[in-house]
Design a protein around this ligand. Structure first.
Ligand code: SF4
Length: 486
């Protein structure tokens, strides 16, 4: 019997952002606006979503498995989510079936009142802290790392802000949070600011979102980024900023600019689209090709390919057409037709490719499986030569800060040099932007190894935040070993 599975076997050769958050305070249509915001952030997680609201008397919640549009399609669902304050979350689950009890926002009744929390990122000491909490009698409802924040808040004293700060002082890792109670909304970013979080305004209402594209869909204006280590409270008295953590150097995830964020967003104060174009320009300067046409691997390779073509003085054309109607699920094929899988999503445009020397521009190579199939597809469509240019450095290390990455033994670049990778994917040439070129595209003079301004650990092995769970509680020492092995 055929099984229904996700399309991942076909298109999973990318890293996956694991979550998006959205919160609004002070709007009578709060739930509907959160649903729209989550819809704009759907690229950050497609497995499950949820919304929690408060109407002045009680909390309301709805969570489901699937896409935002499906979960909130029934208008009676939004109608039930009454209130002027709301938060929402959309999630990409890393393993197996997503369990409903893990779908955020999480909610708990504390001594200080009900509290809901939505988290983008990953806590790197969650297992260690959880063990301690369980041995002290805490009973967990989910298997998410986020729940430890609620338990620590429940067992400390003071206001909600005091308790949240106390909890965040005990956790390590990456977090951008939207937190709400009956009469407040809080947005907070970890001291390194690994994951994005932006502040916006719609009339008198304040909004937190993972990216600014969520503001555009509801007509809100971008005010500014929540700063690394900043905690902003919105309540009836207005907006209050707290900086409870020691000042550290920001290490925003550079992969947000390369791939995760939507190109129409501004993150980290920079247009994602413009950053990607500049990366393409640097890539062309570092690794020029004598060829006829630049072809993006859609959609994420498009802005970099535009930059690459412009800098190379080469024509740019859509030599690969993407099928936009591939859902997240499909019938698992038999082995005989499995190799056709890549064509579910991409098809070569023979009219552009035939007889040409083609430069394909893509954002990354993870396992190399999709790249190999795309190169083969373009060759079969009549390309004379197929050159591959990648707008990120080789992905040699796993991410532990909120992005689903394979273990190192499955990362092509962790196990092969560029020439071997070229042979494996079957291209005539293969080149990646250098780490310095990437930093130049971000407006810097190159990577300062003593003080890099971004997290770039998946390219360098230089992990800025301790990996306590992963490395047996001795995260700091092990981090330097990982960096040495980079
Ligand atoms: S390891 Fe890579 S994907 Fe993860 S936060 Fe750092 S730069 Fe981003």
């Amino acid at each position: 019997m055929q099984k229904v599975i996700t399309t991942n076997p076909y298109d999973d050769d990318h890293l996956h952002e694991e979550c998006a958050v959205f919160g609004i305070y002070g709007h009578s249509e709060a739930a509907a606006l959160v649903a729209l915001g989550l819809h704009a952030l759907q690229h950050r997680g497609q497995e499950a979503a949820g919304i929690v609201t408060h109407d002045g008397a009680q909390f309301h919640a709805h969570r489901g498995i699937g896409l935002v549009g499906d979960i909130f399609a029934d208008r009676t669902v939004i109608a039930r989510l009454k209130g002027n304050v709301a938060i929402g979350h959309t999630r990409y689950s890393t393993t197996g079936e997503p369990m409903l009890r893990n779908v955020q926002p999480l909610f708990a009744e504390l001594e200080i009142g009900g509290l809901a929390i939505a988290h983008n990122g990953n806590l790197t000491n969650a297992r260690t802290v959880r063990k301690e909490l369980v041995s002290n009698g805490c009973i967990f409802q989910s298997t998410t790392d986020t729940e430890i924040i609620i338990h620590i808040m429940a067992t400390t004293r003071g206001t909600v802000v005091d308790r949240l700060i106390a909890a965040l002082r005990q956790v390590e890792g990456a977090y951008s949070l939207a937190v709400m109670g009956q009469d407040y909304l809080i947005g907070v970013r970890d001291p390194y600011g690994v994951r994005p979080l932006v502040l916006g305004q719609l009339g008198d209402a304040y909004i937190f979102a993972s990216e600014t594209c969520a503001f555009d869909i509801i007509g809100a204006t971008y005010v500014r980024d929540v700063e690394p280590g900043e905690l902003i409270v919105v309540d009836a008295e207005g907006i209050h900023s707290h900086r409870p953590f020691p000042v550290t150097k920001s290490r925003f995830c550079i992969f947000e600019h390369i791939y995760f964020s939507k190109p129409d967003s501004i993150v980290d104060g920079t247009s994602v689209y413009e950053a990607r174009k500049r990366i393409g320009i640097e890539l062309a300067r570092e690794h020029p090709v004598d060829a006829d046409v630049t072809v993006p691997v859609p959609d994420s390779g498009v802005p970099s390919a535009i930059g690459f073509a412009a800098e190379s003085g080469m024509s740019y054309d859509l030599g690969i057409i993407r099928n936009h109607y591939v859902g997240r699920t499909f019938i698992e094929p038999s082995d005989e037709i499995r190799h056709l899988g890549v064509k579910l999503k991409h098809n070569a445009n023979r009219a552009v490719i035939q007889g040409k020397r083609v430069v394909l521009v893509d954002d990354s190579i993870v396992r190399g499986t999709t790249s190999r199939k795309i190169v083969e597809m373009v060759r079969n469509a009549g390309a004379r030569e197929v050159h591959m240019r990648i707008s990120s450095p080789p992905t040699t290390h796993s991410c532990f800060y909120g992005v689903d990455t394979p273990e190192r033994d499955q990362l092509l670049a962790a196990n092969h040099d560029v020439e071997e990778m070229r042979r494996i994917i079957g291209a005539d040439s293969l080149a990646f932007i250098s780490i310095d070129g990437l930093y130049r595209a971000m407006g810097l003079s190159g990577r300062n190894a003593a003080d890099p301004q971004y997290c770039d650990a998946c390219f360098t092995g230089d992990y800025p935040l301790r990996l306590t769970d992963r490395l047996g509680g001795n995260g700091a020492r092990q981090l330097s070993l990982l960096a040495e092995s980079a």
